[in-house]
Design a protein around this ligand. Structure first.
Ligand SMILES: CC(C)(COP(=O)(O)OP(=O)(O)OC[C@H]1O[C@@H](n2cnc3c(N)ncnc32)[C@H](O)[C@@H]1OP(=O)(O)O)[C@@H](O)C(=O)NCCC(=O)NCCS
Length: 332
């Protein structure tokens, strides 16, 4: 089943990583942990972290410039801008509006969406549907996160997992049928708000000196619950999406999963019977970058020449909310 409306392709990819590297050994000087424990339980060896004055919009800007260069487009060619993030520079204005000004885009709709680690897959669906509506020709979509700004550096169960990054894609309309964004399934379940959340800093619990002392502004997580749900939900959504399009996992040339934990990815791809050589991994060097994980992994796979014309790609995401999503792409 193909989408009969205007096909939308990923015209280019781009990414930006902060220069500073934080290794597991560095972390073992901050909390009681070890390179061995972190690598064995998560697959992570190091992650990038922003400089103190480096922001989510700075990284998003870097990724946007990279994607525009790779698309051979100028900022004025872009007519829609969407950013997925849960770590915006400000509550308002949005990261997208900051970028609109920095990139010099004229009169384009620019907005952020919040779907945590599933943010980029949500962006693909939202942007694809807006473009199919007819008005927009070239769109810039970005996943960007400064997760270290919401990381509790005294909590060893979370601080070893996260890093900062941004990834971007230019989406364009094309006349070639049957390529690009083939289909998506998105989902959510708000009945587990406490297993992965940031309790403070919103309208429910505005920050006060007292609750800052209680560290409510940082990510809290029940890792074991998240682990189990992530594997089950991503397997389910992958199967549903492939079935909808008359494909099996044998047809998929590369799976680009959210990079939360190597063991989650291994359990998932084992259930789906997808061999390791058809799975994109960058978690060892980058950790979990939430909404930036998938677009950075996609851009790196592209840079490494792993995406061939006609290949089927399957993006699989799971995150806080809970939210999840799968995207099927035929590379062009
Ligand atoms: C967080 C995670 C790595 C923990 O791994 P785990 O195998 O489930 O480990 P547990 O939570 O059972 O903890 C086992 C032990 O290691 C300890 N531990 C936890 N973090 C540690 C660390 N960084 N270093 C050393 N020991 C650690 C625990 O305190 C516990 O000790 P105890 O047995 O004495 O109580 C794992 O659950 C996970 O990755 N979950 C998914 C998280 C995720 O992906 N979140 C984002 C989703 S988008």
């Amino acid at each position: 089943m193909q989408n009969a409306l205007s096909p939308i392709v990923i015209r280019s990819t781009g990414y930006f990583l902060p220069e500073r590297v934080l290794t597991n050994d560095d972390l073992s000087k901050i909390v009681e942990t070890s390179d061995e424990w972190i690598a064995e339980r998560t697959g992570i060896r190091e992650r990038r972290i922003c400089a103190d004055d480096e922001t989510t919009s700075d990284m998003a800007y870097g990724a946007a410039l990279d994607a525009l260069k790779n698309a051979n487009l100028k900022p004025e060619d872009i007519d829609l801008l969407i950013v997925a993030t849960i770590t915006p520079d400000f509550k308002t204005p949005s990261v997208a509006c900051i970028l609109q000004e920095r990139l010099g885009l004229r009169n384009v709709p620019a907005f952020d969406i919040s779907a945590a680690c599933s943010g980029f897959v949500y962006c693909l669906e939202i942007c694809g549907q807006l473009m199919r509506g007819g008005v927009y020709r070239n769109a810039l979509i970005i996943g960007a996160e400064k997760l270290t700004s919401v990381t509790d550096w005294t909590d060893r169960t979370t601080c070893v997992l996260f890093g900062d990054a941004a990834g971007a894609c230019v989406l364009s309309k094309t006349d070639t049928p049957g390529v690009g964004l083939i289909g998506n399934i998105l989902g959510s379940d708000g009945s587990h708000p406490d297993i992965l959340n940031i309790p403070g800093g919103g309208s429910r619990l505005p920050l006060t000196k007292e609750n800052i002392d209680d560290k409510t502004q940082y990510i809290k997580m029940n890792g074991r619950e998240v682990f189990k749900l992530a594997v089950r939900v991503m397997e389910d959504v992958a199967r549903k999406l492939l079935e909808r399009h008359g494909l099996t996992t044998q047809d998929i040339n590369l799976v680009i999963p959210h990079q939360a934990n190597t063991r989650i990815i291994e359990a998932l791809t084992k259930r789906l019977e997808i061999p390791n050589e058809r799975v994109m991994l960058n978690i060892e060097k980058l950790g979990n970058n939430s909404s930036a994980s998938i677009p950075v992994a996609l851009a790196q796979a592209n840079e490494q020449g792993r995406l061939k014309k006609g290949d089927y790609l399957l993006l699989l995401a799971f995150g806080a909310g809970l939210t999840w999503g799968a995207s099927l792409i035929k590379w062009n």
